[in-house]
Write a protein that binds this ligand. Structure first.
Ligand SMILES: [Mn+2]
Length: 219
């Protein structure tokens, strides 16, 4: 089975479309949190997640949108409020039933899905912070949150961070994803381009603060 592993779509519909167009074939999609936040397409992206039966958990941005008293100082509050106002009832219900973390079995391969780290959903584990703390009692750990892609094997546990589909932060403005083949064990990290200008123009037409464009065009 080919598993498309993605994270941090951040309400970026053009980037989500682009990643799906870029992947030659896949059987299943898993996403390690932050469906929402920053981007101007919250409902479109949630609708697409439902259609595609994406296996997803929540990230800190999703929880900020769902919570009336969130405490994530690094998240711009105007974007949280705007996203909350936009979200339809059925899309909010979809997000509310998503877990904080999840264990799944795919073709006898066990996968643990977390947003930050196995210890803390809000912890940032950057490439320099990789340690045996990431080893879980499963074949694979998938995490996100930093928007930095990682593929590393530690003590027999394959640790994967696919980076971000919607808002890369590692200096490459293209989105990233991982393709994992359960039969061959092959792991591939790929980058894809998408029309960033469409996203920044949509932000300028919406009530999101216009400086939010900097999250997408790197300026
Ligand atoms: Mn994120």
């Amino acid at each position: 089975m080919k598993v498309l592993i993605i994270s941090d779509v951040h309400a970026n519909r053009p980037a989500l479309n682009a990643v799906l167009a870029n992947v030659p074939s896949y059987d299943l999609i898993i996403h390690s949190g932050d469906i929402l936040g920053y981007g101007p397409y919250p409902n479109d992206v949630v609708e697409r997640f439902k259609e595609l039966n994406v296996i997803s958990i929540t990230g800190n941005h999703d929880r900020a949108v769902l919570s009336s008293n969130f405490d994530f100082p690094e998240i711009p509050t105007e974007i949280v409020y705007w996203t909350r106002d936009q979200l339809t009832d059925s899309n909010r219900k979809y997000l509310e039933q998503l877990p904080l973390e999840k264990s799944i079995e795919i073709d006898q391969t066990s996968v643990q899905l977390v947003h930050g780290s196995p210890q803390d959903p809000d912890e940032y584990v950057y490439p320099d912070d990789i340690s045996s703390d990431l080893v879980v009692d499963e074949d694979i750990l998938v995490y996100g949150h930093t928007h930095y892609p990682i593929i590393v094997s530690i003590d027999g546990c394959l640790v994967l961070n696919p980076g971000s589909v919607g808002q890369p932060r590692d200096g490459d403005l293209r989105g990233s994803y991982i393709l994992y083949d359960t039969e061959s064990g092959a792991v591939e990290l790929n980058r894809f381009d998408y029309p960033r200008k469409v996203v920044t123009e949509k932000i300028l037409q919406s009530q999101i603060p216009s400086d939010a464009t900097t999250y997408f065009d790197g300026s």
